[in-house]
Design a protein around this ligand. Sequence first.
Ligand code: ADP
Ligand code: MG
Length: 686
Amino acid sequence: MISQKLINPKSIVVVGASNDVQKPGGKVLKNLLSSNFKGTVYVVNPKEAEIQGVQCHHKVEELPQVDCAILAIAAKYCPSTVDVLAKEKSCGGFIILSAGFSEENAEGAAFERHITETINSVEGSLIGPNCTGFLNTNYCGAFDAPIPPLSSKGVDFITGSGATAVFIKEQGITNGLSFNSVWAVGNSAQMGIEEVLEHLDNTFNPETSSHVIMLYMEKVANPQKLLKHSISLINKGCKIAGIKSGGSAAGSRAASSHTGALATSDVAVEALFRKAGIVRCHNREELTTVCEIFMHPEVKGKNIAIITHAGGPAVMLTDVLSNNGMEVPHIEGPDADELLTKLFAGSAVGNPIDFLATGTAEQLGTIIDYCENKFEKIDAMAVIFGSPGLFANWEVYQVLDEKMKTCKKPIFPILPSIINVKEEIADFIQNKHRINFPEECVFGNALAKIYNTPKPAPLQPQLPNVDVNAIRSIIDKAENGYIAPEMIRGLLDAAGISRAGEANVTNINSAVEEAKKLGFPLVMKVIGPVHKSDVGGVVLNVKDEETVRHEFERMMKIKDTTAILMQPMLSGMELFCGAKREAKFGTMVLAGLGGIFIEVLKDVNAGLVPLCHDEAMRMIATLRGFKMLKGVRGQEGINIEKFVDIVVRLSALVHIAPEIAEMDLNPLLGKADQVVAVDARIRIEK
Ligand code: ADP
Ligand code: MG
């Protein structure tokens, strides 16, 4: 639990305060003094009598009791300072701006450990070290600028990088985003992004808490904690958007299975965010735009009315929305005809609703009223209104603001003329406390991104009917490494995953005997080598006994071969499903189409285990090649439900057997009536 002494202190001391506001210790004091803080401020500096008008103490020992401390002194002085403050001054909130800790060297790491232990021992809270600070509506304990406009309904911003946070704030503030709190967690010695989320979750109050959380993270230290609290917060009505940067480098690590190569740590992040219901963003503009949309009433469906006085941006926005799964539906009928009579000749109401360059504020109000009250299928409105510089826009933006106050459907202002009507837009943002979306396509992409982000998945979904005891007894007996075909068959059968009937043979007579049982045509494969085709170890379409004998002799000589596997020759579309364990995240399941779809197009989707049916269905339905699965141009599709069922069952299998480090069903052969695994690899790592 984060200490109230950090969140809402009655007194704050700045240790290392300075008159030089170009130093962190000077700037943080200046920010604190000019913030909303109503309590007492103390300063400590051995060399000064007074700092920025505050009487100065020379050492922390001289201080009275104090709730919260902001430290801007060299790292080596921090441990002893924290000792005095925590143990003698009942200080419970610490913001350590100083650098020179674990990020620098072993000595710094030792300071950091000491400080953290001391603060833990008094149940205090620590932000940092090595951070830009913390601020909320009670006070500003951060040294960086700009200090954002504060509002209890603004975003809670949690960031792993102080510098990046500055630029994110600048991006958002420019367009009218306000903040409830900013947490720059720095080295996260005691509290990282996950702990702040936990705090927001545990203290969430639907009446008073902010409903929008913005994340910037460079690592996911505790994925399961992130998942748990994000799901919980979103289910309570919060909305979360985040950037997780730095996902591209680890892409090509050596791996022995398809899944291993495809399942990079970034795929795990993607899967984590999707399961949590967090809108994943990839740049500052996207992140702030998504959060800005979250500041508006929720868009309940996908049908958007575009209201404009200029054709171009409306067309571009229409393209973006309709290319990304949303709709700009045609508006027609008696109400539409009636609306048209209230606009200048030449206007169009079919959506986009274009009321021309000469359109008036009054007309805008009328159009919004029709969208709000008469055009029932409309879920939200985007109003594009700039200026060619001939006249001012005060009245239009006045009407827009008023309608935004009264309408139930969300209205999004797209005010592109950031030069021509600069003052009107500044007034709209600063005095009317509104948000501007200056670029329609950036807005459209962000809106579609939110629309396409699924609701959080259940943390503990109902597992399909699988034989847990059988799975466990095989796994408990298995040794590390790739396991034998008998064990694989046992696991697939226990999990209820259909597979080709098959037999292992080690001599030529039983090969012939099994061939007669299976019937021709059949398939022969080597047992032993991991990549069978690569060593000439797969023979398809074996049609007679003669070939069985001949191939058996040949294949047994292939290096590492211990036996031959005989399978019926099946047909169907090649599909793929696999799993891979990712440190801290748990296991992820990947699924897609086989062949070139996976080799070349990397058309796979991932989900974090355990998966529910809806998540698995979504993984399949959002594949680029999904239309192929449904059947195109006379080609029969596959049984999608059966494929989804296999994904869910494979997820259950690896959930029950977390010792499975990597596994592949590659390929599964899919037809209209069945989906069957013809090749499976499972690697155990206990
Ligand atoms: P590996 O992946 O080790 O090379 P597979 O068992 O996947 O070996 O076989 C290689 C390819 O042969 C498969 O991708 C599939 O196209 C085809 N194949 C394998 N088994 C069968 C089967 N029983 N019926 C039809 N085709 C098969
Ligand atoms: Mg294979």
